[in-house]
Design a binder for this molecule. Sequence first.
Ligand code: SAH
Length: 458
Amino acid sequence: MQNNQTELQIGDRFPLTIKKIGINGEGIGYFKKKATFVPGAITGEEIVCEVKDIHDKYIVGILHKIRKKSPNRITAFSDLADSVGGLELAHIKYSEQLKIKKDILLQALERFSPNGYKYYKINDTIGMDNPLNYRNKAQFQVRKIDDKVICGLYQHGTQKVVDLPKMPTQASLTMSIILRLKTILEELNIPIYNPEEKSGIIKTIVVRESQAFKNAQLTFITNSKKLPRKRELIEKINKEIPEVISISQNVNQSTGSLIWGEETTLLWGDKYLQEKINNLTFNLSPRAFLQLNPSQTKKLYKIALDYLDASANSVLYDAYCGVGTIGLSLAKNVKQVYGSEIISEAIDDAKLNAEINNITNADYRVGTAVNIYNQLIDEKININTLIVDPPRTGLEDDLIKNIIKHTPEKFVYISCNPSTLAKDLRQLSKKYIVEELQPIDMFPQTPHVETVVKLKRK
Ligand code: SAH
């Protein structure tokens, strides 16, 4: 078949001017009108692109050479960024990263064009003063090569683990715990998982730190219920890593891509890690979700609570509530809080969190956001204030239908994915005015964009 790309072959090179940055942080230019994605290239740069893949609608390229370099290009962490994920924008000045994030949001709105999007008030992205060492949780794969334990992230597009003695976005306590643990695992010769031979025990280490209490929760994700030399391991951790106050084991025998298994057992110490947000204390069990960037979380919640503008007669539904952080921050100012979440441990934590903070007007239920909303409606509960904070897939279709039907007066949408946000706003903007959008940088150096949206019933 003839088309205008017939001649183009993998490995070919052509000059390309980068026009914008895409949702995965790649530079985008146009080769004979066909979008060409080049990781590592920056807006305004003139490059030589080498063809890696040719698809119907787009080309994937490799940055072969830069002919005209962007003044926003920096060289920090470039070796690391080439091998592992999480540093897709690290080659770009931070002030420019913040502009890119706002632009990614704009691009998504243009693509899905919800009602009135051209007139939306979109604020500049709120950044961090120091956009490094922010991640309060490290979830690192463990392997063993020639008697050395390695611990880190998968190499781009492979199942090969890259050892990470340093990771610039990780909070320093998480890294220093990982390093001490590696030595302990080696010294005690604890069996490490080997995916090729399907042998060994420890697959993944998860370390989550508490910024408020300067201590940490450790979970070993293992290939079996067994954990040889468990007692010695715990004793050594107690002695050499006193910051660890809680040690659990989660068993995941599957070979799929899911990190966590269903079964978690406390091996030693406290059942929960405690963190403080907005003057409340939150208990976290190992699997429960907590925002990964504590200092930006405070800003995120502040904006969300301002936008929500709840009052004494608000009946709030906090859908996708995690351990209850948002609803409980508001509980004292509203009549009643309801929350839903599919992870039952998180709901147990949310209930306990209400109790330890002396909150008696919060009701947490395990279930999907839409099912619990239906339950509340069946119980004739009049939800007049709604906050949603869904995963990257956005809102469930039936939840959107329900929102449109019952139209709670005050509504805030926290989104971690501009594409699904813009898609959901197409529906929601039929019944709601989009008053303001505030992008906030929860994940510096990555292309992730978090947005808080204020909606008002028409
Ligand atoms: N608002 C919380 C959690 C946000 S993350 C906070 O700020 O900490 C999204 C949460 O939604 C996760 O805890 C996830 O387990 C949960 N979740 C995922 N799918 C869901 C669904 N269909 N219904 C309800 N909760 C869901």
